[in-house]
Write a protein that binds this ligand. Structure first.
Ligand code: CO8
Length: 258
């Protein structure tokens, strides 16, 4: 792989986008490689993914402007689709995905982060959707996911103004879950991933599925879908073991207390 590094650490898979000379900008090769890496992730042995950028300056500074400058209408649409397909794959990926945002997350970089389940960032992170300044619009799902995450008014302000915001502001408006010093970011991302990996993996996967599908449904359909997945949990060994372990522990505690 040229631009994507993949590292397995126990149950955690770490994907690093590595084009540091152009601040990890997303060109077609990066999108294709990332797609191939995701296809190879084995969810039997991987319970959480972390996506980050190489270097200390950028997560991803956007789609590659050099690669987009001469696109025709149909090529632009095809490039948007390539990005959208990948980001949708991340969003619906069966295990949770954490974006560890280590610097600039602009345009397609911010949109990539939005497709992840959770976002944490370093204190030097900068966010924005600067596309309208370049004569285009957010085309990797930004017009859709940003408003769903931070609300219409704030999303519209960020997108129409093309302004950049810092980590503190991103935290204040709910764009990121937490901010850490840059040197601690990956440690904290791994801590968060480990906390997730410690839980019953099938239950976690069903939770992701229920949340992602349910948000697009009306509440009656959504709770019915939740009931189905809830029922399926009772077919798993984790449910039998998890609940029996709790019951046995409680019995022992009662015995000791007596
Ligand atoms: N694409 C290509 N190259 C880039 C990009 C990018 N998005 N961002 C930075 N680079 C390159 C620079 O050209 C520069 O290269 P070189 O050294 O050869 O001149 C190198 O990275 C370092 O960048 P700077 O020297 O500019 O670093 P600064 O610290 O001065 O500035 C910034 C950092 C503020 C991040 C600045 O580089 C910048 O503004 N970059 C562009 C940010 C941007 O506008 N991003 C949005 C791009 S559009 C987009 O993402 C659309 C997504 C949807 C696509 C839909 C398709 C249809």
């Amino acid at each position: 792989m040229g631009f994507i590094e993949y590292k397995q650490k126990g149950y955690i898979g770490i994907i690093t986008i590595s084009r540091p000379k152009v601040l990890n900008a997303l060109n077609i090769s990066v999108l294709n490689e990332m797609n191939r890496v995701l296809e190879k992730v084995d969810i039997k042995t991987t319970r959480c993914l972390i996506i980050t950028g190489a270097g200390e300056k950028a997560f991803v500074a956007g789609a590659d402007i050099g690669e987009m400058v001469n696109l025709t209408r149909s090529e632009g649409e095809a490039f948007g689709k390539r990005g959208n397909d990948l980001l949708r794959k991340i969003e619906m990926f069966s295990i949770p995905v954490i974006a560890a945002i280590n610097g600039f997350a602009l345009g397609g970089g911010c949109e990539l982060a939005l497709s992840c389940d959770m976002r944490i960032c370093s204190d030097n992170a900068v966010f924005g959707q600067p596309e309208v300044g370049l004569g285009i619009m957010p085309g990797f799902g930004g017009t859709q996911r940003l408003s769903r995450l931070i609300g219409l008014g704030r999303a519209k302000e960020l997108i129409y103004s093309a302004k950049k915001i810092n980590a503190e502001e991103a935290y204040r408006i709910g764009l990121v879950n937490a901010v850490f010093p840059l040197e601690k970011l990956m440690l904290e991302a791994e801590k968060m991933a480990t906390g997730i990996a410690r839980n019953a993996p099938i239950a976690v996967r069903y939770c992701k599925e229920a949340i992602n599908l349910g948000i697009e449904m009306n509440i009656d359909q959504a709770i019915t879908m939740e009931e189905t997945l809830f029922g399926k949990c009772f077919e798993t060994l984790d449910q039998k073991e998890g609940m029996n372990a709790f019951i046995n522990l409680s019995r022992n505690k009662n015995f000791i207390n007596k």
